[in-house]
Design a protein around this ligand. Structure first.
Ligand SMILES: Nc1ncnc2c1ncn2[C@@H]1O[C@H](COP(=O)(O)OP(=O)(O)OP(=O)(O)O)[C@@H](O)[C@H]1O
Ligand SMILES: [Mg+2]
Length: 378
């Protein structure tokens, strides 16, 4: 689906705004704090029903407003069909209620809404993910999966909920005798969703590995070898045996977990490992090499997504250019022109962005929550 228009109302710092997207590229530029990333967040929200910046959606509603609305107008040229996707966020007493609407109809099951507009996001935080925490790397992997497998979002949500519940019981019970049946129920759920999460993450890496390695050599030169692995405590190559193995391990660790008050096994403790010539990237690679590795990963993701659905997803690039040196910037835009379909990118200085054909590109200036379309690049 090609996205033609994005409208926002009382979303973040926008009271009301409308953005006409370019057929291929849309360049959002403006000063720090103007609202550029907020617009990417709006597009991402319609794609995944989540924000990439906050866990709860409250901060997305403009301060002082009771309700935020985001609406996408798209067109699928293959079947000549227009569609309209909207997300409303309604501020309640304690939380924000989310309403997903497709062509005027409220879609109750989130699973039926995800993925109608597929989007891939790339932010400057991604560039630092290899040096950051394992939690950041797990999120990085899960965000890739959110864009391609509807069931993954639901699994992550139920896994997180079950984990909170199990940890709560562990802490409440302390040294008293724990409520075994309750723990068993949570563990059964954790094992089932956990095994699916584990397997999806591992399959994703298996799928991206060859392209990732090839693109990295292309960007950085063939003399260094990059590798990609999923690190998990349990070694269970057979996917069908993972649920049972997780369930056994959770039961086995119950005593220890009670003492520590946390759950010590499962995909919430796993990690994505990228190595360079066999060395740990955090300890070995230069800043530029680390970025080239992540860039190669994102390009592999983009190619895989395109192969999967037959059309490239919407690519959201948040201020990435300013973080890269001119050579890697050129590589990035080269790859984009080859691989991307529609792409919305933000920048403080349009000079960072090197796009070929201006006819396919919309330049929009963002300033303090207002949008101004520009005829030509600055
Ligand atoms: N709920 C909200 N209500 C009103 N304003 C908000 C809300 N949430 C965020 N803002 C405002 O939005 C602005 C930040 O927007 P955004 O992060 O999109 O900036 P940006 O253009 O991407 O800037 P940078 O170039 O620094 O990344 C800030 O001025 C912030 O105060
Ligand atoms: Mg920003």
């Amino acid at each position: 689906m090609r996205i033609e228009r994005l409208s926002v109302r009382d979303f973040r710092n926008f009271e009301a705004g409308e953005l006409q997207l370019g057929r291929r590229f849309t360049v959002l530029h403006g000063e720090n704090g103007a609202g550029k990333t907020n617009l990417l967040e709006a597009l991402y929200l319609v794609s995944t029903l989540r924000s990439f910046r906050v866990a709860e959606l409250g901060p997305l509603v403009r301060q002082g407003a009771a309700e935020a609305r985001v609406e996408l107008q798209g067109h699928d040229p293959r079947v000549d069909l227009s569609s309209n996707l909207a997300v409303h966020l309604l501020r309640g007493e304690r939380s924000v209620r989310r309403l997903a609407i497709a062509d005027g109809k409220v879609i109750r099951a989130a699973l039926d809404f995800y993925g109608r507009a597929r989007a891939i996001l790339f932010t400057p935080e991604d560039l630092g993910v290899l040096r950051g925490s394992p939690g950041g790397r797990r999120n990085f992997l899960d965000r890739v999966l959110f864009a391609r497998e509807r069931a993954h979002i639901a699994d992550i949500q139920s896994y997180e909920k079950l984990l909170r519940s199990r940890n709560q019981v562990l802490r409440d019970q302390g040294t008293n005798s724990p409520s075994e049946p309750l723990l068993e129920t949570y563990e059964a759920g954790l094992a089932a969703t956990g095994a699916r999460i584990w397997t999806r993450r591992e399959r994703l890496l298996d799928q991206l590995r060859a392209t990732f390695m090839a693109v990295f050599s292309q960007i950085h030169g063939a003399e260094r070898r990059a590798s990609l692995a999923y690190l998990t405590r349990l070694n269970v190559p057979d996917e069908a045996e993972r649920e049972g193995a997780l369930s056994d391990e959770l039961a086995r660790r119950r005593r220890d977990d009670l003492i520590r008050g946390i759950t010590t096994v499962g995909p919430h403790r796993d990690d994505l490992e990228i190595r360079l010539d066999g060395h740990d990237v955090g300890e070995f690679a230069s800043q530029g090499q680390t970025r080239a590795l992540i860039l190669a990963f994102k390009i592999a993701e983009l190619r895989a997504a395109r192969d999967l659905s037959g059309e490239p997803p919407l690519l959201l690039l948040d201020d990435v250019s300013s973080e890269l040196d001119p050579q890697r910037n050129a590589q990035l835009f080269q790859a984009l022109t080859e691989d991307a379909g529609q792409c919305v990118l933000t920048t403080t200085a349009p000079g960072y962005v090197h796009l070929g054909d201006a006819a396919d590109t919309a330049y929009v200036e963002v300033s303090g929550g207002t949008l101004r379309a520009l005829r030509s690049p600055l």
